[in-house]
Design a protein around this ligand. Structure first.
Ligand code: CXF
Ligand code: ZN
Length: 378
């Protein structure tokens, strides 16, 4: 019985920016108050893992255990934990949901005030770490999850208890990327049936937006991508039209979309992480009621420039969204049920699966744009 004791296990440690992860033995401390130690069942690679892995130090932080899209089983719990017990199956979510503050109690927000979201390298409440290496040196956390380890310690605000019936290599997708995309259409935008949607970037997030828009009854879903191959996979998630960015006979993409839709899309989603594309998406949405939702994550410090004419006088809305506007503890189980009821598609997102020892293959695949989701089995 490991309860209350440190656990020695394998973790894939990011030691330097952009360099292959090193699988090494680490020591995972027992959970403190309001913390839970979990055994990771499987994890998948999200683009944000690559973004932070590639950040030179500073602002990059090393050594660090990356990974935040996962599913696990509770190994032991710290003081003051009643929500889960040993053996429960849980999905970690990078966005805290304390359940007690004004925001967590409101249906209008998913931005917790008690534990404000930060890309902190430490545990959210006491700012220390639970990982050390063989030499006793600290290893930093990532997004409060650090799932590229056989065991990890997570704050209860970052865990959702789920129905264990769902296959783990599907459930883990609801931990970040797919939830973010589906949620952005469903919760942030509030896509209505009959709507026209334009999605900039058909990676996993963009395809998840398409899936969410399809479930909300959108009738026209326009995919925009530099790679025309993406239309094929897009069709499986309800993409009805395709715009090949960069091949529009010198017309800006926004003009093509305005012409296709007779005035602009009702909802536009930026899913790449380029501020220039946010401008293009914003220009593509309809005056009067068009909404543009930004999901992509650009480099830290990237600035957005929009003309005041466009912003103030056309009645359009520009919205940001974290975790697709979803409240983790309430909405993740709903999405999970919709998968079990065969409404929400998750299977098509999993293009690759590898063993933990081959985690660097997953990094290669996603870096080269060769996969949607690569599931890593621990
Ligand atoms: C992202 C959201 C924006 C900040 C960095 C992390 N989340 C997950 O991939
Ligand atoms: Zn993510």
């Amino acid at each position: 019985n490991s309860e209350g004791k440190p656990i020695r296990c394998k973790a894939a440690v990011a030691r330097r920016a952009g360099e292959a992860l090193v699988i090494e033995e680490v020591i995972v401390a027992p959970p403190m108050s309001r913390e839970v130690r979990i055994r990771v069942i499987c994890t998948s690679l999200c683009h944000s893992d690559l973004t932070f892995w590639n950040l030179q130090h500073p602002p990059g932080i090393f050594p660090r255990i990356l990974g935040h899209e996962a599913i696990g089983v509770v190994e032991s719990v710290g003081k003051d934990i009643t929500e889960v017990t040993k053996g429960d199956v849980v999905i970690p979510v990078f966005l805290p949901d304390c359940g007690e503050c004004v925001d967590c109690k409101s249906t209008k927000s998913n931005q917790c005030t008690n534990i404000p979201f930060k890309v902190s390298p430490c545990m959210p409440r006491d700012g220390t770490t639970r990982f050390t290496d063989q030499n006793g040196e600290i290893i930093y956390h990532f997004l409060c999850i650090s799932s590229f380890s056989e065991y990890t310690v997570i704050d209860i605000a970052n865990l959702v208890k789920i129905d264990p019936e769902i296959p783990p290599n599907r459930a883990c997708l609801l931990s970040c990327g797919v939830s973010t995309g589906v949620g952005a259409a469903w919760r942030t935008a509030g896509v209505e049936s009959g709507s026209t949607v334009a999605i900039f970037g058909l990676g996993s997030i963009g395809l998840a937006v398409a899936e969410g828009a399809r479930l909300c009854g959108a009738t026209r879903i326009i995919g925009v991508d530099v790679n025309p191959e993406k239309f094929k996979i897009g069709k499986k998630f309800g993409v009805t039209d395709f715009v090949h960015a960069g091949e529009c006979e010198n017309k800006p993409v926004s003009q093509v979309i305005i012409e296709m839709t007779g005035g602009g899309a009702d909802y536009c989603f930026e899913c790449v992480g380029k501020t220039s594309l946010v401008q293009e998406a914003f220009a593509s949405c309809r005056k009067g009621w068009g909404k543009t939702i930004v999901l992509g994550v650009d480099q830290p410090g990237a600035m957005l420039s929009l003309s005041s004419y466009d912003v103030l006088h056309q009645g359009k809305t520009l919205m940001g969204s974290l975790f697709g506007g979803l409240k983790p503890k309430c909405h993740v189980p709903i999405l999970l049920k919709r998968y079990m009821d065969k409404e929400l598609q998750l299977d098509e997102f999993v293009t690759h699966e590898v063993e933990f020892k081959d985690i660097n293959k997953a990094f290669d695949l996603l870096s080269n744009g060769q996969c949607l989701r690569c599931v890593i089995w621990m």
